[in-house]
Design a binder for this molecule. Structure first.
Ligand code: ATP
Ligand code: MG
Length: 221
């Protein structure tokens, strides 16, 4: 028995963390065992790499160094958390995965996307998301939502950078329409939640029809 790997993607402030919790609750309520994780990080080693990557005092990092550090953390996460969980039949819900590196370092920083993909491939070790929700949001709205937060090293980048990242994500979604579902994150939280839940249930309906029926039959659905 193998589980499902679902990733949440989108620019900073688009609502990934908010909906990760909601989706865990929903999937648990229909009988799935769910593991939550995030990138960069998700393991003790990966969280140390996260600190280096996001610390605003880290200066002069070469874009390829950045790709390799994200993928060093990813390699550890895949081997230590994601693959074992999937082998046990669990659903892994991850805030960010390989698409982030393509969007941020490929489209955002201008590294050749095919090279970023091939480095990602080494770290992913054959693991690929079954479903990805892309929380799509205007860059300025996203910035306004995280105004009170102290920006990390990546969040210090300018609006044009984030526009390229957003467009990069939309390009990925256009190339893989079957896997990547675009969620309009400009709506109110409850509406975004409804749409994200629907996208996951549509996936579950196809892959685990008996469990999605439980949801259909439940009074709270
Ligand atoms: N639909 C929404 N409408 C208004 N505010 C929202 C909405 N969704 C999330 N928020 C708020 O926006 C802020 C950012 O949301 P969240 O932390 O979930 O984003 P994120 O995508 O995880 O960001 P990051 O990439 O920085 O981790 C939070 O304060 C959250 O409460
Ligand atoms: Mg978050």
């Amino acid at each position: 028995m193998t589980g499902y790997f679902i990733t949440l993607e989108g620019i900073d402030g688009s609502g990934k963390t908010t909906h990760l919790g909601f989706l865990k609750e929903m999937l648990s309520s229909i009988g799935f065992r769910v593991v939550l994780t995030r990138e960069p990080g998700g393991t003790a080693l990966g969280e140390k790499i996260r600190e280096i990557l996001l610390d605003p005092s880290t200066r002069g990092m070469d874009p390829m160094t950045e790709v390799l550090l994200y993928n060093a953390a990813r390699s550890q996460l895949v081997k230590e958390v994601i693959q074992p969980a999937l082998q046990r039949g669990l659903v892994v819900l991850s805030e960010r995965f390989a698409d982030s590196t393509i969007a941020y370092q490929g489209y955002g920083l201008g590294l050749p996307v095919d090279i970023v993909r091939s480095v990602n491939g080494v770290a992913c070790n054959g693991v690929y998301p079954d479903l990805t929700l892309l929380f799509d949001l205007d860059v300025e709205i996203a910035r306004a939502r995280i105004l009170k937060k102290v920006p990390d090293r990546v969040e210090c980048r300018d609006v044009d950078y984030y526009r390229r990242v957003r467009e990069g994500y939309l390009t990925i979604a256009g190339e893989e329409t079957h896997r990547v579902k675009i969620i309009d994150a400009s709506q109110a939280i409850e509406e975004v939640r409804r749409r994200a839940t629907q996208a996951v249930l549509d996936f579950v309906r196809v892959h685990s029809p008996s469990r999605s029926k439980e949801r259909d039959d439940s009074p709270s659905s």
